[in-house]
Design a protein around this ligand. Structure first.
Ligand SMILES: Cc1cc2nc3c(=O)[nH]c(=O)nc-3n(C[C@H](O)[C@H](O)[C@H](O)COP(=O)(O)O)c2cc1C
Length: 223
């Protein structure tokens, strides 16, 4: 339904983003059957999903948080790697800062374009990640201020008033998205619970973007 709405609004190509923490078989089918040719996967590499998208000629972007996950995604067929650093707003896969992550990922997947995400808000940030070897920048928080964003006036004002020290990182309360780390602007506690400590929460070698294989639910993998 949403795909039809987007189609009605533009004749230009557009992509669809799917969260591998949840089963996405039906959404992926609907997306590919509707002819969408750009698919971006977040929170876990699901090789079967990538293979299905590639089979119908779609361009696949995979968001990762480590260089080893980038290699995994490229071997699974991903065309473009989105290296999301720890600074990123929203749900965050990585425990590595953008400055450290991007060159490591670029080196790990030679020949595959890497797009940098996390803490980029203006032309200087774009120039910086290009200098690190990225092919482009993936910007999130800054676009919350776009006219098209469905922000409340209150949150819009908060984003505008915020400085670099005004983000918090915490754990999502959603029990279906196990220990998902989130970064948001503001000092309010709600709707998320208190900050993580400095230590990684994921067992070594099993970061959030490790292959999930069973419909993308990482929680079951960890149990
Ligand atoms: C409000 C918000 C919602 C987000 N939702 C998604 C999402 O649904 N899927 C996704 O892949 N990334 C999502 N992200 C993360 C962005 O894709 C991107 O990695 C991040 O915003 C980059 O960091 P920046 O916010 O510092 O620009 C979201 C980010 C924000 C701020």
């Amino acid at each position: 339904m949403r795909l039809q709405k987007v189609r009605a609004l533009t004749a230009r190509p557009f992509g669809v983003n799917l969260n591998n923490n949840y089963p996405q078989d039906r959404h992926l089918d609907e997306t590919l059957n509707s002819g969408v040719k750009v698919i971006s996967f977040f929170w876990g590499t699901n090789e079967a999903h990538i293979a299905r998208a590639k089979k119908v000629g779609a361009l696949v972007l995979q968001t990762v948080g480590t260089s080893s996950d980038a290699q995994l995604a490229v071997s699974a067929g991903a065309d473009i790697i989105v290296a999301q650093g720890w600074e990123a707003g929203g749900h965050v896969c990585s425990l590595v800062t953008t400055l450290a992550l991007v060159p490591a990922v670029v080196d790990a997947v030679p020949g595959t374009p890497v797009v940098a995400a996390g803490g980029i808000a203006d032309g200087r940030g774009v120039a910086a990640v290009l200098a690190l070897g990225a092919a482009g920048a993936w910007i999130g928080t800054r676009f919350l201020l776009a006219n098209e964003a469905t922000m409340t006036p209150g949150y819009r004002a908060l984003v505008i008033a915020s400085g670099e020290a005004d983000t918090q990182s915490g754990r999502g309360e959603n029990p279906t998205w196990y220990e998902s780390a989130i970064r948001w602007i503001g000092r309010q506690k709600e709707p998320w619970i208190s900050e993580f400590g400095p230590r990684p929460r994921w067992p070594r070698g099993r970061p959030c973007s490790a292959p999930t294989g069973r419909g993308g639910n990482r929680r079951r993998d960890l149990e």
